[in-house]
Design a protein around this ligand. Structure first.
Ligand SMILES: Cc1cc2nc3c(=O)[nH]c(=O)nc-3n(C[C@H](O)[C@H](O)[C@H](O)COP(=O)(O)O)c2cc1C
Ligand code: SF4
Ligand code: SF4
Length: 255
């Protein structure tokens, strides 16, 4: 079963591609994460967990989803991490997660896609983004061949900086940087409520038709990227930046 979390569509694209090519079931974790429901899942095919990279690690909300879930059937677990550049030293935590869930760790595939972290970076323009997605498909094809042959993904080489980034930097990032307080909606907000509905942590509610952010944010970028009129900003960091959303996977014919 292909199990995914995605805020701006990259990981969803990869998960749908894999489900299509592996003829496997697809599960979106959004409902479980948003409602705090522990998943009870069964699959005879290997588990393939697909997710973005957050500060060189598995997103904490996906980690919590796996810890709380019950996965019966196959004991094999593959991980596919989409990222803007690299996943750093993300593997040890995934290996530990597998030990905890009595799953066999079969490796992590790093899939480089457009970076959606609007509050820090400027996403690539549409033409560059399309080129990146085509390269990502080639990476998925390679990953699919390994899985089909029953092989594990190769180990991702790491150096001391990767350990630092996925270790202390990741801890500090969540502790000091991942906050919602700089989000606000401009007067152009049309009170459609979309930001409220797309937040995986139910962290937004509308007051007098305008969004108000709570304290549960994980900086996934769904609200700011999916607002239909680009009314959301994050302090001054996102002003005049083009929003990024991955176009939906269209099936094999379009590849
Ligand atoms: C909070 C946050 C942290 C991120 N950290 C990293 C990172 O450490 N390394 C990296 O290459 N990309 C990083 N990114 C980029 C995303 O992992 C990447 O764009 C991903 O494909 C987005 O997936 P999605 O569209 O499925 O949400 C980060 C994005 C966010 C929102
Ligand atoms: S998605 Fe945008 S327009 Fe809709 S309520 Fe939220 S901020 Fe306003
Ligand atoms: S408030 Fe916005 S950025 Fe924060 S978790 Fe919700 S959708 Fe993601």
């Amino acid at each position: 079963m292909i199990v995914y979390f995605s805020a701006t569509g990259n990981s969803q694209f990869c998960a749908e591609w894999l489900a299509d090519h592996r003829k496997d079931d697809l599960l979106d974790t959004f409902y479980y994460i948003r409602h705090g429901v522990a998943a009870e899942l069964q699959s005879e095919k290997p588990w393939v967990f697909v997710m973005p990279t957050y500060c060189w690690q598995i997103p904490r909300i996906v980690e919590d989803f796996i810890i709380s879930g019950h996965f019966s059937g196959s004991r094999d677990a593959y991980f596919v991490m989409t990222c803007g550049g690299e996943v750093g030293n993300a593997e040890p935590k995934l290996q530990e997660l597998c030990r905890r869930k009595a799953l066999t760790y079969r490796g992590t595939l790093q899939v480089v896609m457009p970076d959606n972290y609007l509050v820090m970076f400027t996403p690539p323009d549409p033409a560059q983004a399309e080129t990146m997605r085509q390269k990502a498909v080639a990476t998925l094809q390679q990953g699919e061949q390994w899985m089909e042959a029953g092989k594990s993904f190769p180990t991702i080489p790491v150096g001391k900086w990767d350990r630092l980034k996925s270790g202390m930097v990741n801890q500090a990032f969540y502790r000091f940087y991942v906050k919602a307080r700089k989000f606000y909606a401009k007067d152009t907000c049309i009170s459609c409520g979309k930001c409220q509905h797309v937040c995986p942590l139910n962290n937004i509610h509308l007051e007098n038709g305008k969004p108000v952010w709570g304290k549960q944010c994980t900086h996934c970028m769904a609200c700011i990227s999916k607002c239909p009129v680009e009314a959301i900003e994050y302090g001054t960091a996102t002003r005049n930046k083009q929003r990024y959303l991955c176009p939906p996977y269209q099936g094999r014919e379009s590849q």
